[in-house]
Design a protein around this ligand. Structure first.
Ligand SMILES: *[C@@H]1O[C@H](CO)[C@@H](O)[C@H](O)[C@H]1NC(C)=O
Ligand SMILES: *[C@@H]1O[C@H](CO)[C@@H](O)[C@H](O)[C@H]1NC(C)=O
Ligand SMILES: *[C@@H]1O[C@H](CO)[C@@H](O)[C@H](O)[C@H]1NC(C)=O
Ligand SMILES: *[C@@H]1O[C@H](CO)[C@@H](O)[C@H](O)[C@H]1NC(C)=O
Length: 514
């Protein structure tokens, strides 16, 4: 696509609708930004000393775990953050490591490879590193041969797992193996997040390499999600979750903005940012989904009706249940509002951001839980819309939700939405909330040689440690925390000018087309 002159012409003639009225003073805060950098270097150092070259630090045991096929997920996921924070030494450590990875096999036989996780962490980490280090951060990597290896490895990785798409429908298998020989898992279905969260990375890879095969694979799969059967779309734009690998047909009509579906919606508007001409239909689908979400899924707890959470749906039956993952939705609405110049999406996104942050404020640790529910007066009474369990009646009265999954694994989504709220409004209130959340994470999750997930956020001390520092803590949580306080730069979201970068769902920025 990239070489089609007609398309380029089309791109040039369209300008995104930015409002010139929304120009705010920003208040970068050097001390707070540097406190976030300190947390990043501490986390990285803990990993490097105790876990490298394994995937993930266990900060209490001081050893490395291999949960992502032992290709070294923490360094690849940390690269874009290290670049944006200007950490030349860490960038160098990672660039020296990258050529040693063999993405064509796994060291362990029968090591299951999640296509989704591999795409959002490894492939995106490599591509983003390449875009950043050939662009605004090239001074951090003077040896351009080492930077080229990032793109070589991205291509090798995509080539190694692209047989995931060799299903009868072209919908990718969710899991594959490379050792002892390449094969797909036995599963017969994949979720819309698994299918619809490849389009950005594989399109960027095609644009960088000039090889169309990557984007062709993902577009064919995405097509089933853009044109679902009526029965799989209970509300306009809101679609089911599981899709058959055999036929590309939907197997259910349940969904929402949580696990298994979330980043499908996220990428619809992000592809419009990537290329507003070529991906216009994606934007139209996002608008349908966003409008239906405001109309049907917005739900208010009976004990605190000023809060807005997003309910899940099964057909047209709603369940007032959500979780930490879904708290990215505020930021995604705000991004859509900025790109489309629609204040209603920004306002709704801010309501979501503040409401999901209230799940942090409601818990004794000051950090929000993985899963929660609420009761909504406006929905039919019954099992789906039930009252809180006896031991959380008081908690629900005060907090507006009750906890169904009490753990916290260093997830980023709440800080991510605070970042978008701050960029959209310039209101330092969102910096203050982000600082509060960041400090709680510093106090409660700081453990051993790094940071650890928590077992129970309802306890002031987090209940106990999971002894696991997920790579997304470095890729996302600390990146968004940093950007909220950092100076203006190329990669900061702009509300009043063209955006040259789009963040994948793991917070890896890649260059937009054009
Ligand atoms: C890395 O993982 C292997 C198991 O694959 C383990 O034997 C080794 O001790 C680990 N090393 C580090 C530094 O974590
Ligand atoms: C990667 O692993 C494959 C399979 O074991 C092997 O054939 C190949 O030589 C390895 N490549 C590198 C660069 O080590
Ligand atoms: C969704 O609704 C269908 C049809 O009413 C039902 O069979 C199915 O069990 C429900 N799924 C979930 C996850 O509740
Ligand atoms: C946001 O929340 C406020 C306060 O509850 C409400 O008045 C307003 O209508 C909401 N805006 C949107 C767009 O949902």
């Amino acid at each position: 696509m990239r070489f089609n002159p007609a398309l380029l012409l089309g791109f040039a003639s369209v300008s995104l609708a930015y409002s010139s009225a929304r120009t705010f003073r920003r208040s970068p805060d050097e001390d707070k930004a540097s406190a976030v950098v300190d947390a990043f270097t501490l986390a990285w150092g803990g990993y490097w000393e105790n876990a490298f070259p394994n995937d993930t630090l266990r900060p209490i045991s001081n050893i490395g775990d291999n949960d992502r096929n032992k290709w070294g997920v923490t360094p690849i996921d940390a690269l874009s953050t290290a670049a944006i924070m200007g950490q030349a030494d860490i960038v160098q450590q990672i660039l020296d490591f990258v050529p040693t990875i063999n993405f064509t096999t796994t060291e362990e036989p029968d090591s299951v490879i999640s296509v989704f996780e591999t795409n959002i962490r490894y492939l995106a980490g490599l591509i983003s590193g390449y875009d950043l280090l050939t662009g605004p951060y090239q001074d951090l990597a003077p040896d351009s041969d080492k930077v080229e290896v990032l793109l070589d490895q991205a291509r090798i990785l995509a080539d190694a797992i692209s047989f995931a798409f060799d299903t009868p429908s072209g919908v990718p298998s969710p899991n594959v193996y490379l050792n002892p020989e390449p094969r797909r898992s036995d599963g017969t279905q994949n979720g819309i997040a698994g299918i619809g969260t490849m389009i950005l990375e594989w399109t960027r890879l095609s644009d960088l390499t000039g090889d169309e095969k990557y984007t062709q694979l993902v577009q064919r799969a995405q097509d089933y999600l853009l044109h679902p059967a009526e029965s799989a779309e209970p509300f306009p734009g809101l679609i089911g979750t599981e899709v058959s690998l055999e036929t590309g047909e939907f197997l259910d009509s349940r969904g929402g903005w949580s696990a298994g579906t979330d980043s499908f919606y996220e990428y619809l508007i992000k592809m419009y940012l990537y290329d507003p001409v070529f991906f216009e239909e994606y934007k139209d689908r996002w608008v349908l989904a966003a409008d239906s979400t405001i109309e049907y899924l917005a739900s208010h707890p009976s004990s605190r009706p000023e809060l807005t959470f997003l309910a899940e749906f099964n057909g047209t039956t709603l369940t007032p249940s959500s979780g930490h993952l879904a708290s990215f939705s505020g930021g995604n609405f705000i991004l859509g509002g900025i790109l489309l110049n629609e204040q209603k999406y920004i306002d709704f996104g801010i309501n979501l951001t503040e409401s999901y942050y209230a799940t942090y404020e409601g818990c004794s640790s000051g950090i929000g839980p993985e899963g929660f529910r609420w009761h909504d007066d406006a929905l039919p009474e019954g099992e789906e819309n039930r009252l809180p369990p006896d031991d959380q009646v008081e908690f629900f009265e005060e907090a507006g939700f009750w906890v169904t999954s009490p753990y916290y694994i260093l997830r980023p989504e709440t800080l991510e939405s605070l970042y978008y709220s701050y960029r959209a409004t310039g209101d330092t209130k969102y910096q203050d909330l982000a600082w509060e959340g960041f400090q709680r994470i510093m106090e409660v999750c700081r453990a051993g040689s790094g940071f650890s997930g928590l077992t129970n956020v309802r306890e002031a001390d987090g209940g106990g440690y999971t002894d696991f520092m997920e790579s997304f803590f470095l890729a996302e949580t600390l990146k968004y925390a940093y950007l909220i306080f950092a100076e203006e730069s190329d990669v900061q979201l702009k509300i009043d000018g063209p955006n040259g970068w789009v963040y994948n769902t793991e917070a890896h920025p890649v260059r937009v087309r054009g």
